[in-house]
Design a protein around this ligand. Structure first.
Ligand SMILES: Cc1cc2nc3c(=O)[nH]c(=O)nc-3n(C[C@H](O)[C@H](O)[C@H](O)COP(=O)(O)OP(=O)(O)OC[C@H]3O[C@@H](n4cnc5c(N)ncnc54)[C@H](O)[C@@H]3O)c2cc1C
Length: 350
């Protein structure tokens, strides 16, 4: 098989790239994805992320474990990562929060030209289909659906009120003029129409509507094994598909969109990385690049749990199961209610 562009990974990056590149009918694009099509009910129903996130059993989720972390008393961290079209946007919390404008300007100052706030803003606006309509900071006509939460729970409103009472400013839009403050998140969910209250993954936004294009091949359940490098140039990808190993050739480019863990892993499997580490695993060095697979920075995330008699929360037991059933029916009919929750409904930047 031969294409102009071969993209590995159909997540937030790869799904978007495949759809955008294949808008040009003259180029042939192949997207390789290890997982499934990302259209199932567990992806579409926002609250069903609780079935996927713990990773037991792994559903659309790699459920990775870190090496023992010296900074955490040698405990291993848990790293959920999406494994289907949509990638991590198929299992994430859907919170629509852009980076702080100062961060983009810092990137520009550090030499990353074209990534200043002023230069990325038009692309954010172009991507966004915000329920609140267009404004200088927001787009209304883009494919990525951004909505106010369908039915935020009273306890989240209480959280915001408590933050404001303790002196944190109220913020109605974390992607507005100011990011600082407390408020309810906007979420990447469909708003209005037949899919109201469904998750809008990057695949749902960009890729699924493009999959009938004759110049786009999307290979699901296909594992990229290595990038094929000839004379110092990436010319294709070796994949395992249905028990067979095949080669997919790229006339122009191979783009790795496997995410923060799997893109460097694939580079290393292809002989691109720290020679000492590659040799340990018997991988022939194609290109010595010691930085590959190093310097990962991540944010910690932890959950505090406590007992509550609130009736608008998820619970355990007969009463809670009955509530869940009624809420599931409500969501199927209207897209509203508890099933549309992103769980992290309120937040604060302080
Ligand atoms: C639990 C969780 C919650 C999050 N919550 C939010 C949030 O609320 N808001 C927000 O903005 N961001 C959130 N994020 C972050 C956001 O989802 C990610 O930053 C983003 O999806 C990463 O996109 P990506 O394209 O780099 O990788 P991914 O979306 O992870 O896609 C990588 C894809 O590549 C595929 N792949 C990898 N290796 C191979 C291979 N060798 N062969 C074939 N396919 C391969 C994978 O199966 C996967 O589908 C969250 C992330 C997680 C994990």
């Amino acid at each position: 098989m031969e294409f102009d562009y071969v993209i590995v990974g159909g997540g937030s990056g790869g799904a978007t790239l495949a759809a955008r590149l294949s808008e040009d009918a003259r180029v042939r694009v192949c997207l390789i994805e290890a997982g499934g099509d990302g259209r199932g009910i567990l992806v579409r129903a926002p609250a069903a992320t609780v079935a996927m996130l713990p990773g037991r059993p792994p559903i659309n989720n790699y459920a990775l474990r870190t090496e023992p972390q010296p900074g955490l008393d040698n405990r291993r961290g848990y790293q959920p990562r999406g494994r289907c079209l949509g990638g991590s946007s198929a299992i994430n919390a859907m919170l629509y929060v852009r980076g702080h404008r100062e961060d983009y300007d810092d990137w520009e100052r550090a030499g990353c030209s074209g990534w200043s706030w002023g230069e990325v803003l038009p692309w954010f606006r172009r991507a966004e289909g915000n329920q609140r309509g267009a404004s200088p900071l927001h787009g209304a006509d883009g494919p990525l659906q951004v909505a106010d939460q369908q039915t935020p729970r009273a306890i989240s409103e209480d959280f915001v009120r408590a933050a404001v009472q303790s002196g944190v400013p109220f913020n109605d839009d974390f992607n507005g003029i100011e990011q600082e403050g407390a408020g309810l998140y906007q979420v990447t969910q469909f708003h209005g129409g037949a899919r109201n209250g469904e998750r809008c993954s990057a695949a749902a936004a960009y890729l699924h509507p493009a999959m009938t294009r004759p110049n786009l091949a999307v290979l699901t359940h296909t594992q990229a094994l290595r990038v094929v490098v000839e004379h110092g140039r990436a010319v294709g990808v070796e994949v395992r598909r249905g028990g067979n190993v095949e080669r997919i050739h790229a006339r122009r480019e191979v783009a790795l969109c496997g995410g923060a863990f799997h893109s460097p892993q694939l580079l290393m499997l292809s002989g691109i990385g720290d020679p000492a580490q590659l040799q340990q695993h018997g991988i022939a060095v194609q290109q010595a690049l010691p930085g590959v697979g190093r310097n990962l920075q991540d944010h910690l995330d932890f959950i505090l749990a406590y007992r509550s008699k609130h009736r608008d929360l998820f619970g355990i037991g007969l009463g809670a199961s009955w509530t869940l059933l009624r809420q599931a029916l409500l969501w199927r009919r209207t897209g509203t209610g508890l099933i549309a929750t992103p769980f992290a409904e309120g937040g604060a930047f302080v």
